[in-house]
Design a protein around this ligand. Structure first.
Ligand code: ZN
Length: 358
């Protein structure tokens, strides 16, 4: 899951959307130096499914529709990108081969819709893709806590949550109150140590009648699903830890063990050792220098973050901290995609941050 996409923390998504559309209308992205677009892009996705139309859906940023995936593939091809596997793009980056730009599609966590809804689109267009798998999901012990929290707030008329030094008590009767509660509770939970945070969500889920194990079975791939995908010539399955803990918030030994357990489970179930890794959450607060060095020490050929950006030749120097471009459910618009691919918003990131847009 990706938290850097949660721009609603700082600004309304529509403000960021409006900024991207204004840049598109100005044509500035077409005049931007070509070097800003870099040598390729690694897209980050999570879920691919039809929009269910729910009014309260704070996790919608983590999903795009099959038709927007289709449109994205069409757009990058029209812009001259070659869709290729993560492995091939990493090889090019390592060798310094900068031909036509590459586009790589990666999907984090291991949702069932990756198999049922995303695969048919990738097949139709013959596009390779990578799923970064949290092995605790098919194993049944990892918790999709962000959806559990969403469902708890959706079901409740009020939320009470007692965190150390922070007691939150809010009505959640309509969509505005529910969104306000989500923003407050989600970020308060993210500040807690990983194990305490999970305990709190488990408590809330239980109070609101949500069974975390059932939720995992509903949303995540089983090992049979994963094996089906792994056997597909377009798909590759790579590592995303066993428990989906924010690495930086664990001790070194816990962080290493969460990665190693995930790798060991993949070796046991799939018969090979993953070569590539993606950091859970992947933002600067969840993965940093210590974790980049650890991924390198564990022998991964590459590791991706959720830091926003396009791939530049300089990234070859640090293959375990590659940026990605999120295909965010709030920005399912070809014009926004074109502006992002120009690299201009990343070059403007500093001035935009000063305007409160990040
Ligand atoms: Zn994730």
């Amino acid at each position: 899951m990706n938290e850097t996409a949660r721009i609603s923390r700082d600004a309304s998504p529509s403000l960021m959307g409006r900024t991207l559309l204004a840049l598109h209308a100005s044509g500035a992205h077409r005049l931007a130096p070509k070097s800003l677009a870099g040598i390729g892009v690694i897209f980050m996705l999570h879920r691919v499914r039809e929009d269910d139309g729910a009014a309260f859906a704070p996790n919608r940023i983590l999903e795009i529709t099959p038709s927007f995936l289709e449109e994205t593939i069409g757009t990058v091809r029209e812009l001259g990108y070659t869709c290729m596997s993560l492995d091939e793009a990493v090889t090019r980056l390592e060798k310094g081969e900068h031909g036509e730009r590459f586009a790589v599609f990666t999907l984090d966590d291991g949702y069932k819709d990756n198999l049922t809804d995303a695969l048919p689109v990738f097949e139709r267009h013959d596009v390779p893709f990578t799923v970064y798998l949290t092995t605790g999901l098919p194993d049944g012990h990892a918790e999709i806590w962000w959806v559990a929290l969403e469902r708890a707030i959706a079901a409740a008329n009020a939320m009470r949550i007692a965190l150390p030094g922070n007691e939150i008590s809010m009505f959640t009767r309509d969509v505005n109150e529910k969104n306000a509660a989500w923003n407050r509770i989600y970020w308060a939970l993210r500040k807690l140590p990983e194990h305490e945070m999970r305990t709190e969500v488990r408590k809330q889920a239980m109070m609101h009648g949500i069974d975390m194990a059932t939720l995992t079975r509903e949303l995540a791939m089983s090992w049979d699903d994963v094996r089906t995908l792994a056997a597909h010539p377009l798909a590759s399955i790579e590592a995303h830890t066993a428990n989906h803990f924010a690495q930086k918030r664990l001790s070194s030994s816990e962080a290493r063990s969460d990665i190693e357990r995930g790798v060991a489970r993949m070796e046991a179930e799939l018969g090979y050792r993953p070569q590539h890794f993606s950091y859970p959450y992947g933002d600067p607060g969840s993965a940093d220098e210590r974790d980049f060095a650890l991924a390198e020490a564990l022998g991964f050929r590459s590791a991706t973050t959720t830091r926003k950006g396009l791939i530049q030749p300089r990234h070859a120097k640090r293959m375990t901290s590659l940026p990605r471009l999120s295909l965010n459910g709030d920005f399912q618009d070809r014009r926004m995609l074109e502006v992002l691919l120009s690299g201009l918003p990343f070059a403007l990131a500093k001035p935009l941050r000063s305007l409160g847009i990040d």
